[in-house]
Design a protein around this ligand. Structure first.
Ligand code: FAD
Ligand code: NAP
Length: 339
């Protein structure tokens, strides 16, 4: 099989933050066997490899002196029908298109995850989640190429070690496993999950009492469109920081200083704080520095209206992290992967 290899390629159109950067080589992956071939190409030249989907969760802090594998495979197949469906989806498929397809088939399970940008193959990397649902609730397994053993492998959902915006692919299997397809367990019978406050409030306002999956997806899309910038019109990388989790003692101290602190108690007695609230309180909502800044409607979303570079973005992130640390004693963690 012949690889489609280009050299010195601009990555600006391949990252939703639209920062300028270039890749030494870019290989378009349109079929699974091209993955080990592309890895061999990189190994022969002693170059590192980056797997890229639609670049909606990455920051290029500079040029990438390595080989970028751009995942562009396609295909959806249903291997078991009835009330339960096992759906195999190629890594290069668009996530939101998959949600739309699943609704057309009458399946439920991923409707709360409508309009999340990116590819299907990237979804397990941070166990994508929104409006009270995470990928882990429907993930059966992933299939892909394990570089260490130079073999194809299927990993069960449990083996993926999915957590809050986390998985084994950010730890033990970081840069060692290329996901080529994702298997989901969808259903025609599941109950809608509308516990998430913003979602339940919206449905109530619309007078929708028992929403089906299509209505949930439509509600999620309407809420997202009203709050979040579309990367096609305003370059951004979604939520830039993870919501920090603090011990109860730290939470109580903060609450005494900031009675309007937005927080969510977790089962283990710790508290998840809304990073967006922390940024807003620190004065970052709608504020810019060096061409980039934080969105006026949602302080957690880093936007790049001024054509900032990756270095500018990282400089802003450092300034904000220092501010938050000084004000709240919290070290924010960047959510997208920085290259
Ligand atoms: P990329 O950004 O291309 O890659 C992200 C990481 O995954 C990289 O480290 C890359 O190497 C790795 N990767 C990608 N594909 C593969 C593969 N096939 N095999 C191995 N590694 C791979 N996230 C949420 O969880 N919830 C949200 O609600 C949400 N909303 C967003 C809204 C906006 C406006 C934006 C810009 C982002 C949002 N995100 C959200 C983040 C992002 O959409 C997800 O993380 C998405 O899964 C990234 O997909 P991608 O194809 O763009 O991945
Ligand atoms: P929001 O509804 O204003 O809520 C702000 C934060 O509070 C969210 O981060 C959310 O955490 C948390 N939260 C709200 N209700 C909660 C509950 N009942 N229990 C626990 N935590 C709760 O947030 P938003 O910015 O408009 O985003 C809406 C949803 O889309 C969120 O789920 C968010 O994660 C997701 N989203 C993610 C990204 C990204 O890039 N990762 C970008 C845009 C939107 P969670 O994040 O844990 O849900």
């Amino acid at each position: 099989m012949t690889l489609s290899i280009a050299d010195n390629v601009s990555l600006r159109e391949y990252n939703t933050l639209a920062v300028p950067a270039s890749a030494r080589y870019l290989v378009r992956i349109s079929s699974d066997p091209q993955v080990p071939e592309a890895l061999a190409f990189a190994q022969q030249r002693g170059l590192p490899v980056m797997v890229l989907g639609q670049g909606s969760n990455v920051v290029f802090s500079g040029d990438y002196n390595g080989v970028v594998l751009l995942m562009q495979t396609s295909g959806i197949s249903v291997s078991a029908a009835g009330e339960q469906a096992l759906v195999d989806v190629a890594a290069g498929e668009n996530w939101h298109q998959l949600v739309c397809w699943s609704l057309q088939q009458g399946y439920a399970g991923i409707e709360n995850l409508a309009l999340i940008p990116g590819t299907v193959g990237a979804a397990p990397i941070q166990n994508i989640g929104a409006y009270g649902v995470e990928l882990c609730s429907v993930l059966d397994s992933v299939y892909g190429w394990h570089s260490d053993s130079a073999a194809w492998q299927r990993l069960s959902s449990a083996e993926c070690q999915l957590g809050y915006r986390d998985s084994i692919f950010k730890h033990a299997l970081k840069d060692r496993f290329v996901i080529t397809s994702v298997r989901l367990r969808l259903t025609t019978t599941s109950q809608s999950n509308t516990q998430y406050e913003t979602l339940s409030r919206y449905l109530q306002e619309q007078g929708i009492a028992n929403p089906g999956p299509v209505q949930v997806a439509e509600a999620v899309m309407a809420i997202r469109r009203s709050r979040l910038p579309d990367p096609d019109t305003l370059a951004n990388a979604g939520s830039f920081f993870k919501n920090p989790v603090v011990p109860a003692s730290h939470y109580r101290t903060l609450l005494s200083q900031y009675p309007d602190l937005v927080s969510y108690p977790l089962a283990d007695g710790t508290f998840k704080l809304a990073a967006g609230w922390l940024l807003e309180r620190a004065g970052w909502k709608g504020r810019q520095l060096g061409g980039c800044g934080f969105h006026a409607q949602q302080a957690l979303v880093l936007v790049n209206p001024g054509g900032a570079s990756g270095a500018d973005v990282m400089a802003l992130a450092e300034t904000v992290k220092n501010d938050i640390s000084q004000m709240f004693g919290i070290t924010l963690e960047i959510e997208p992967r920085v290259y």
